[in-house]
Design a protein around this ligand. Structure first.
Ligand code: SUG
Length: 445
């Protein structure tokens, strides 16, 4: 049956800001406390979605979360009116205020792990929201993520939704950022690759020394069990701890796959040879392309600075593949030269297109971070909430919505402004009507 892979990009929320919240994420720390532009950020994201739509791709939209998270601040002991809560948090614990205002749900590669129906025992598409336990600001996301996913993929005849894994570091789960699916065609059974950073219950195994490994093997295995994946089509591989210590906080900063292509840096994995042998044997007879970039071609530092591997590899309607890259790749001579050559080689990747997603990049989120991939049959696609799919009219409607509700600039000092709570809720309330989501936010319930 014909299947399509749909990218569901996260809409950037009205509180997008730079708070330096992510230890191990070089860009987040380097840009801490800069003034952000929520309006530009949202528009850059919409422009990327529209560009893929214009290429003939089916493009989805995932709603952002409610921020500031007043419920989290109250749970942490701040009380009184919203203005009192924000002012007290700003004075007593500014880091908590920043965390509760983060628009980090925009990086929907971390929203969930998704297994297409061709891979699962019950023949449905499975979703497990990521618990994101490693960072406090991100750990606030999974419940609302689950609500948004259920409102977007509501038909229980086709879609199975699981609760996020236990909220504990042992089951640290970062969703699709540490998960890649390879397949001959999207509708055929594929090989699901889970990349983990450490073992939760065995401290004698390799692990990074400087920065945290966010994903555990135990979390990956739990997700595979929940989704009813076949062991013979599943691969677990450990990230190289040394590259985590160099700023590769998610595997999608150093590797990306699409259909029969795995594009990765030679330092991405521990024991690359065994890993590739296992992938090849599970992939089967079809042609498979392992595109390995050597350190002599592009250094790990350049990967982290340009997000060469946080590019999207998409299959265009004519069957050729294109890389969707951030402008940072265009501006770095070594990376640009590498990509110029890549499209001339004997691989399915024939095009590279560059987009400005700088507002997201400054927080360590490239094009691939901004999207959650969902491969679906035509029947499943017809069962998706159609209001969440990009069209020319939807693009105009969402841009007008951003113009109406988003600020041009936001500094950390602005986060204590109680007007931001009202602005954000008004915007999201209107968005739930545009995307026909029903009441997914706590303030609506
Ligand atoms: O979790 N940055 C996000 C970036 C996520 C990128 N996603 C993928 N690689 N798939 C993170 O580190 C920074 C927020 C701040 O510092 O204000 C942040 O959360």
């Amino acid at each position: 049956m014909k299947s399509t892979e749909v990218n569901f990009d996260g809409l950037v929320g009205p509180t997008h800001n730079y708070a330096g919240l992510s230890e191990g994420n070089v860009a987040s720390l380097n840009n801490a406390h800069d003034t952000s532009s929520p309006k530009n950020a949202a528009k850059q994201g919409l422009a990327k979605m529209k560009a893929l739509h214009d290429m003939g791709m089916t493009q989805g939209i995932l709603a952002p979360q409610e921020r500031p998270d007043m419920y989290a601040l109250r749970r942490l002991g701040f009380s009184g009116s919203d203005a009192d809560v924000l002012e007290a948090a700003y004075k007593q614990a500014p880091a908590l205020l920043s965390a509760c205002c983060s628009a980090s749900s925009m990086w929907t590669a971390n929203a969930a792990t998704v297994s297409p129906s061709a891979d699962t025992e019950n023949g449905k598409v499975h979703f497990t929201p990521a618990n994101l336990t490693n960072k406090f600001h991100r750990s606030l996301e999974p419940e609302t993520t689950g609500n948004i996913l259920k409102a977007t993929f509501s038909d229980t005849a086709h879609f199975s939704h699981h609760q996020h894994l236990p909220d504990n570091d042992h089951f640290g789960d970062e969703g699709a950022a540490n998960h890649t699916r390879l397949c001959a065609e999207y509708g055929e059974q594929g090989v699901e690759i889970f990349t983990f950073g450490r073992y939760a219950f065995n401290r004698n195994m390799p692990m990074p020394q400087k920065f945290p490994a966010r994903q555990t093997l135990e979390a990956s295995k739990a997700v595979a069990r929940l989704h009813g994946l076949n062991e013979s089509q599943t691969v677990y591989v450990q990230q190289n701890p040394d590259v985590i210590d160099q700023g590769v906080f998610h595997n999608d900063v150093i590797a990306v796959g699409n259909q029969n292509v795995l594009f990765f840096h030679e330092q991405a994995f521990l024991d690359t040879q065994n890993f590739l042998d296992e992938v090849r044997s599970k992939f089967g007879e079809s042609e498979f392309h392992a595109i390995e970039v050597k350190s002599s071609q592009v250094s790990v530092e350049d990967c982290v600075n340009t997000y060469l591997f946080n590019t999207q590899i998409i299959t265009l309607p004519n069957g050729e593949m294109s890389i969707i890259a951030p402008m940072h790749c265009y501006e770095n001579a070594a990376v640009k030269a590498y990509l110029d050559e890549l499209v001339t080689l004997n691989t399915p990747i024939k095009h590279v297109k560059y987009y400005d997603v700088n507002e997201s990049m400054k927080n360590g989120g490239g094009p691939a971070c901004l999207r959650l991939r969902v491969a679906m049959t035509q029947q499943e696609l017809a069962a998706v909430n159609q209001h969440c799919l990009m069209s020319d009219a939807k693009f105009d409607e969402l841009n007008a919505w951003v113009d109406k509700h988003y600020r041009d600039q936001l500094s950390l000092n602005d986060l204590r402004d109680p007007a931001l709570v009202t602005e954000s809720r008004t915007a999201l309330d209107e968005l739930t009507q545009i995307l026909n989501l029903g009441s997914v936010y706590q303030f609506q319930r």
